[in-house]
Design a protein around this ligand. Structure first.
Ligand SMILES: [Zn+2]
Length: 395
């Protein structure tokens, strides 16, 4: 029998549970009817899912205090609502650690930023020290730590296969090391997967089954959701869209190849080309600040980057036929006209029928903020959806 067909009922059940948990994350407390309305799942199915989630203590059932006369209605909320989790964004130059409540809300005053140590053992020790320091001021029980890392993680071994600019973590099982050092549940995911979980749990993609998330901030990568499921590939490494060749004789890419899409259409590349033109090195954040004051003569640079980005978006639309493409990055927001130009260019290159069905959504929130939410989402996902998936697999 085709294994995919055999798995289908449990996949559907898992997907519905994920949708219910995601909806509670965003809108709790909700009645059964409220959950059914927001998820589009039938009332009987919602009742059954909520009963399972209450029985396994993922969700709490309570009387609705405000329902007025008669027998109080039941409302549902995630069981860990009054507890906290930590989110950690591990970057080549620095790391950021935040405290969040279990509804994904990051506490404003909680951000702790520190330089990323060059040695792996020092990195783990430094993270453990910072976590211990922050944990002292955390409200309620600390449920776990989620982290994002800009490297590829092998699904089976959980080893980091490659991590350009952070070679100290390559070949290491950073998730297991952190769990050992901290003694709390830990989830480490690749950055793109973190952005995906953030969009899935707290963003516009909660109810979408087919969408693409494209990040063009540092490198260029995608996370693709097909029929409600993240496309992972055989070992969890899918999504390296930026290394598609778009010019066989183009510039050398970090991967060693030539003319990859990400050598033309990222914030990092735009900042590098602008730096060469103005004769000094600036990064994309400086570019934004300084362009606002003196408006650089860089429209041609931006337009070329948009045109290459459009090649990527059109390819994603042609290959995956998504309902939406979410674009995370900065340079599109440098000029008001760039988003329109992108849509026009994508329209030229994508197949008309697929283009018409697809929304192109440039995300205004900064990538760094999305990454923090992604780190928090990684552990919340593991503590709820991941835990339930494991329980269902063990049945
Ligand atoms: Zn490449």
């Amino acid at each position: 029998m085709n294994p995919k067909i055999a798995q289908k009922p449990s996949h559907e059940r898992q997907r519905n549970e994920e949708l219910v948990i995601g909806t509670l994350h965003a809108r709790q407390p909700l009645s059964r009817r409220g959950v059914a309305q927001h998820t589009g799942i039938s009332y009987p199915t919602v009742s059954k899912i909520l009963a399972d989630l209450v029985a396994t203590k993922v969700v709490d059932e309570q009387d609705d205090q405000y329902s007025g006369f008669g027998r109080p209605a039941k409302v549902y909320r995630l069981a860990d609502e009054n507890r906290s989790v930590l989110g950690l964004v591990i970057g080549p130059a620095h790391c950021e650690l935040v405290v969040a409540s279990c509804d994904g809300h990051i506490r404003d005053d909680s951000t702790c930023r520190f330089r990323t140590p060059r040695r792996f053992s020092t990195l783990v020790r430094t993270i453990a020290e910072r976590v211990e320091h922050l944990a002292g001021g955390v409200e309620g029980k600390l449920m776990g730590l989620g982290a994002t890392i800009p490297g590829q993680i092998d699904r089976e071994s959980q080893k980091i296969v490659t991590c350009p600019n952070m070679h100290q973590v390559e070949g290491k099982q950073i998730g297991a090391e952190l769990k050992r050092a901290l003694n709390i549940p830990t989830a480490v995911v690749q950055c793109m997967q973190g952005l995906y979980l953030a969009e899935r749990m707290f963003g516009e993609a909660q109810t979408l089954n087919d969408f693409v998330l494209l990040n063009y901030y540092g490198g260029l990568g995608v996370a693709v959701c097909v029929e409600g499921r993240l496309l992972t590939g055989v070992s969890g490494l899918a999504g390296e869209f930026g290394h598609t060749t778009v010019d066989v004789n183009g510039p050398v890419c970090g991967c060693g190849n030539r003319g990859c899409l990400e050598t033309f259409a990222t914030d990092k590349v735009v900042a590098e080309i602008v730096s060469r033109r103005i004769g000094r090195t600036i990064d994309v954040e400086e570019l934004f600040q300084q362009d606002a004051q003196q408006r650089f003569d860089i429209d041609d640079i931006l337009e070329q980057a948009v045109d290459y980005l459009a090649v990527g978006v059109a390819s994603a639309i042609n290959i995956f036929n998504p309902e939406a493409v979410f674009l995370h990055g900065r340079f599109l927001h440098l000029r008001e006209t760039l988003c329109d130009r992108l849509r026009q260019q994508v329209r030229r290159r994508a197949l008309a029928a697929s283009f018409e069905r697809c929304r192109i959504v440039p995300v205004a929130q900064r990538v760094q903020e999305s990454e923090r939410v992604g780190a928090v989402a990684a552990i919340l996902h593991q503590l709820t959806v991941g835990r339930r998936a494991q329980e269902l697999a063990d049945v």
